[in-house]
Design a protein around this ligand. Structure first.
Ligand SMILES: NC(=O)c1ccc[n+]([C@@H]2O[C@H](COP(=O)([O-])OP(=O)(O)OC[C@H]3O[C@@H](n4cnc5c(N)ncnc54)[C@H](OP(=O)(O)O)[C@@H]3O)[C@@H](O)[C@H]2O)c1
Length: 254
């Protein structure tokens, strides 16, 4: 049985709490958060505390707070014997400070309130300096997921950067599409089969080979019409820059 104390009450803390709650070999002892209201989600189910000097002893402490708060929360765990791991994609392991055992337990997925995630398919990126700590994190991660990866702090930094492009920026482009549909009385749902196929085909085609559209074909008149249709200068700039890059990549002169 692996015991866990969870620090944080946000999206990741809630998702991990629920996922670990379904694993017989894992016992969540306590959840800590600085805000009593945000702790209320956990109160009926587990011991909670808002005082970070009252942390229970445990095998693993998972710090699931905002990136900038990790180094503020970690010192409360300095005297603890267990392994201290944070869940961030972009914060180096060393930011945990002078812990005896330090690690990272980064679930590479976008967690939002109210969405149920199948953790079996979530890649969990683990890192630790000591091989026993790494083995413990691996064991814990494998209870949740079929995809566990040992990733260094440098690799994780790049992985997080790539994730921002494929997830956060793509989602912003969906927002632009959504706005264009709304302004023209079209349901956004009409685009979802296209979005899903764009993503699904990545299972068998690299993105380089999957590119289609007017910029790749160098349909200059279509692109010009699209830019004129946009009444937002920033959207025009995004359209022009992406089209230029696609054109250059596929050897078209725009
Ligand atoms: N969301 C994702 O999709 C995702 C995916 C993978 C990894 N992560 C990583 O997981 C971590 C948590 O992300 P999240 O999405 O769960 O964030 P979140 O929903 O915004 O929750 C942030 C948590 O941090 C706490 N916090 C902020 N400043 C604090 C401080 N100074 N002292 C103590 N607690 C503080 C907040 O407490 P209050 O409620 O009191 O403000 C809240 O419990 C981050 O490192 C993030 O990079 C996120």
């Amino acid at each position: 049985m692996i015991s866990i104390v969870l620090l944080g009450t946000g999206n990741v803390a809630k998702h991990l709490f629920n996922a670990f709650g379904r694993i017989r070999e894992v016992n969540i002892l306590q959840v800590l958060g600085r805000d009593e209201d945000h702790l209320s989600y956990f109160k009926e189910k587990v011991a909670t505390a808002s005082d970070f000097t009252k942390i229970m002893d445990s095998d693993i402490y998972i710090i699931a707070v905002s990136d900038d708060a990790i180094s503020k929360v970690a010192p409360f765990l300095q005297q603890k014997k267990g392994l201290v791991a944070h869940t961030s994609g972009s914060v180096p392991l060393k930011s945990l400070g002078r812990q005896k055992s330090r690690g990272v337990f980064y679930p590479l997925q976008s967690f939002s309130e109210g969405r149920t995630i199948d953790f079996k398919k979530v890649p969990i990126c683990i890192e630790a300096e000591d091989k026993n700590d790494l083995a413990l994190l691996k064991k814990l991660a494998q209870f949740l997921s079929l995809e566990v990866h040992e990733i260094s702090s440098d690799q994780r930094k790049s992985l997080h950067l790539a994730a921002v492009f494929v997830n956060n920026f793509t989602n912003y482009l969906f927002t632009i599409g959504h706005n264009i549909c709304k302004d023209n009385n079209l349901p956004f749902s009409i685009l979802t089969p296209l979005i899903k196929e764009t993503v699904n085909k990545l299972d068998y085609l690299p993105p380089d080979d999957a590119q289609t559209g007017p910029a790749k074909r160098n349909d200059a008149k279509t692109m010009e019409r699209h830019i004129n249709q946009l009444n937002n200068k920033n959207y025009q700039d995004i359209y022009s820059l992406l089209s230029k890059l696609i054109g250059e990549k596929y050897g078209q002169k725009l």
